[in-house]
Each structure stands twice: as C-alpha cells, then as structure tokens.
Design a protein around this ligand. Structure first.
Ligand code: CMC
Length: 427
C-alpha cells in the first residue's frame, strides 16, 4: 500500500503523496501543497528539496556510494573509458562495440570549431580566467550552430550531443592556449579523445609531441570520476536554464559559470593554492587547521566537506590511490602532496571535523594529480568541466525528454509592506 504524508497547519490536515525511489529513498511530494493549503515550503540551499526524479546517478552520502546508471564509480573508473562512460551517462546503457565506434565517429565529425570563434577569443585579455572564457565560448557556440539550439526529435538531440562533446573539448583547451599566447590547435581525428586533450593543450608548431600514455590513462579516469554527480549546483543550473527551453550550449555555458565558484568546482584550484600557501609558510598544517576552525576567520579548509557526503567522498578515495600510483610511476616527488597527507590525517582526527562529518572531497586530491600531470593550476576547474560535460548533457536531455516545467521557485517576501511614494524634496 502506498504511504501518505499528513501535514497539519493550524488544525487543518493535508494529505500529501509519499514517493519512494528505486533505492528506497522516501520523499513527500509537495507539488500540490500550495493549491491545497495556500502555503509553500522554504528550504534555502535546497538541503531538503528534490528538484526532479532522475535515472542518471545514485548517490548515498551517508554510505559514500556513487553510481552512474546503476554501475559503481569504482567499477567504471577501473574498467571503463571516458567516452564509453559518457555514452552510458547520456543514453542510459553501456554501448555495444558498434554503438561505441559510431559514437566516437560521430563526435569526430564535430571536432572542427568555426574559425570565427577565434575572433571572440582574441577579444579577451591573456590574463582572463579560463573558466570565464570557456563559459563565453560555449555560449557563442549557439550562434555558430543554430540548428542544435531547438532540438525537436531524437536525431537532433543525438546530433547536439555529439556536437557538444566534440567542440567543448577543443574550446576548453583554447582557453589555455590563449593565456599562453600559443597558436590554437586543431583536433586530430586519428587520435583518441583524451589523447587529443593533451595534444590540443601542449603540442607546439615547433616540434613533435607525444602524449604520455600514463598521463592519458590517469586523465581518462579523472574525467570518469567527474562525469556526473546528480543535482549539484552546476547541474541544477543547467537544468534550470534548460527548463526555459534555452538551448544546450546556453545551458552548459551557465553550468560552467556555476562550476567556477570556489565552493563548487573552483575548489580544486583553491585547494592547490591553499597547499602552496601552507608550504610557503613553513608547512605548519596545525596553524591552518586552527584557522579553519576559527569562526572569526573566513578561511575554510578547501577540499573538505560536502553537502551530501557525510562520509568519505568515494571519488576522493579513488583519486588518492591514483595520485599515489601516478606520482610513483612518473617519479614525481611533491612536497605539496606531503602537506596534503599531513592535513588530511590531522583533520580526520580533529573533533571539529569529526563532529561535522567533514571528509576530503573529490577536489582535495584532484589538484595534486593534475599538477603532477603538468596541467596548469588555473585550468583545474576547466578539467572538472570537461569531465562533467556528459553529466550536464544527460541531465539536460532527461529534463527535456520528461517535459519538465520551467524552474521557477517561490519565495517568502519579508520586505516592506505597501509604502507611499514621496517626491525627492520630501525624503
Ligand atoms: N572548513 C572548515 N569548516 C567547514 C568546512 C571547511 N571546508 N566545510 C564546512 N565547514 C563547517 C561549517 O563552518 C559549518 O560549521 P557550523 O555548523 O559550526 O556552522 C559546518 O561545517 C557545516 O557547513 P555548511 O557550510 O553548512 O555545509 P554546506 O553543505 O552548506 O557546504 C561545502 C558544503 C562543500 C560548500 C563546504 O563544506 C565547503 O565550503 N567546503 C570547502 C569548499 C570545497 O571543498 N568545495 C568542493 C565541494 S566537492 C566538489 C563539488 O562537487 O563541487
């Protein structure tokens, strides 16, 4: 028998449907609450509000579980590769060998970016943050690909997906090339997606370039670990913007901006900057732990804490292991890694962090590994964006296919009641 939730307001009882997800998560459906009772709910930061039903990702923050389409993140990171996992996240099933080849080929058809996009890049100062440039360029794709804006059927949706996957990688790397004053590179359709990322970033016209397979494989794993994370800030932004029927590029451009913030994807850059600061300051981790605990100090331990994980972030566990392996294989000895380890041990034993369930998150170790792989610090959040792209696409596609209504929260107004306008000489 289906459960019902009862809400009582001033003696009036309202029955609300109770829904249960496929992993037994319960939710009170309040979609008719205002019609029934005249009141709304309020939940700043949406800590208790589900915005949609979704089949893409399952996350249990208490148990530290993350699954895409039913497959565990541990399994996917170990056995899958990025485009295969992207297909899974976007279309719901692991591709057959033929489907995967077709998908890779269809992405390759869209790896050339309109030359006029270079004029837009030229307008930015070299010092511009790559995430700002990436957001602008992603939005500009709308103008150069108008047919992919209003997708009306499955074929157009598939085309828009492949186009986004093809072009986003290229423009993401262009943001770095611009900042370095290097000529912008072209995708090489004879090579793989992640290998192309390295080439697009680092190949110079002055000499041959060969991407290190260890680096390519580590990056592939990192992209998989970032591929989706259910209704986080940037994904909710993508769904919200898309709910007004803005196109995929415009929605993803908004997602890039949301990801940029240091409380979200921007934390990976902030973590490394914090570790460098601690290193320069003599490596005294206790001092920075005390700062993080001091309510009068705005300093927070970047890479610690998570809105939904109240246990170890499973992605952080995999990345930590990968960081150890990659650094050992590449023979990198990094004092920053030592500081990170010291900080982690100290925080995990500290009452402040324990009582608030603050554990290392995905960003705590990703910066260290990116640094070992030769990725510049202000490109770290762009790396997150490249990895998160399939998730944004999948969630946008699901939202459109489910014909979800426009996202439009309500509010509780706490401002002035009606006031009479006074002319300026009487104020
Ligand atoms: N350092 C010190 N104290 C912290 C930290 C931290 N990193 N994170 C949370 N707290 C404290 C916070 O001050 C509060 O204490 P109290 O209860 O005494 O007021 C308590 O823990 C709960 O924090 P909150 O800010 O209410 O929790 P939230 O769910 O709103 O915020 C968070 C989650 C991720 C924004 C926050 O933990 C944070 O700012 N972490 C640092 C930034 C970071 O690493 N972000 C990356 C998140 S993972 C990547 C992604 O998916 O975006």
């Amino acid at each position: 028998m289906s459960k019902i939730a009862t809400l009582e307001i001033d003696g009036n009882k309202f029955e609300l449907p109770f829904i249960v997800g496929s992993e037994n998560e319960g939710a009170v459906d309040i979609s008719k609450l205002r019609d029934l009772s005249g009141v709304i709910t309020i939940d700043p930061g949406y800590k208790n509000s589900g915005s949609c039903k979704s089949e893409v990702t399952f996350l249990d923050g208490e148990l530290g579980i993350l699954r895409y389409r039913g497959y565990s993140i541990e399994d996917l990171a170990e056995k899958g590769h990025f485009l295969e996992v992207s297909y899974l996240v976007i279309f719901g099933e692991l591709p057959t060998a033929e489907e995967l080849i077709q998908f890779e080929n269809d992405i390759r058809k869209h790896t050339l970016v309109n030359e006029e996009m270079k004029n837009i890049i030229d307008g930015f100062p070299k010092t511009a943050h790559p995430m700002g440039v990436l957001s602008a360029l992603t939005s500009a794709l709308t103008a150069f690909n108008p047919k992919s804006v209003n997708v009306e059927n499955e074929k157009e949706m598939y085309e828009a997906v492949c186009k986004t996957m093809g072009k986003f990688l290229v423009i993401a790397t262009w943001t770095y090339r611009k900042s370095m004053g290097f000529p912008l590179n072209y995708y090489d359709n004879t090579k793989g997606y992640v290998e192309n990322f390295m080439r697009l970033m680092f190949e110079l016209p002055t000499g041959p370039y060969k991407a290190d397979p260890i680096v390519v494989s580590a990056l592939d794993k990192l992209f998989i670990l970032h591929a989706d994370h259910e209704q986080n800030c940037s994904t909710s932004t993508v769904r919200m913007v898309g709910s007004s029927h803005a196109g995929l590029f415009a929605s993803i451009s908004a997602g890039v901006s949301a990801l940029w913030g240091p409380l979200h994807g921007g934390a990976n850059q902030a973590v490394l900057e914090m570790l460098e600061e601690i290193h320069k300051d003599g490596g005294d981790t206790e001092k920075y732990l005390s700062k993080a605990k001091d309510k009068n100090d705005p300093f927070r331990l970047m890479g610690f804490g998570h809105r939904v994980y109240k246990n170890f972030d499973p992605r952080a566990r995999i990345i930590k292991k990968a960081a150890d392996e990659v650094l050992a294989t590449l023979g990198v000895e990094d004092p920053i890694l030592e500081i990170a380890k010291k900080l982690e041990v100290a925080a995990l034993e500290d009452e402040y962090f324990k009582s608030r369930s603050l554990y290392p998150n995905v960003d705590f170790y990703s910066g260290i590994i990116y640094r070992a792989l030769g990725i510049p610090t202000d490109m770290f959040t762009v790396m997150f964006a490249i990895g998160r792209l399939p998730g944004w696409i999948a969630q946008w596609k699901e939202m459109r296919e489910n014909k979800e209504p426009i996202g439009r929260p309500r509010q509780v107004y706490v401002g002035y009641p009606l006031r009479e306008f006074k002319s300026v000489d009487k104020r």
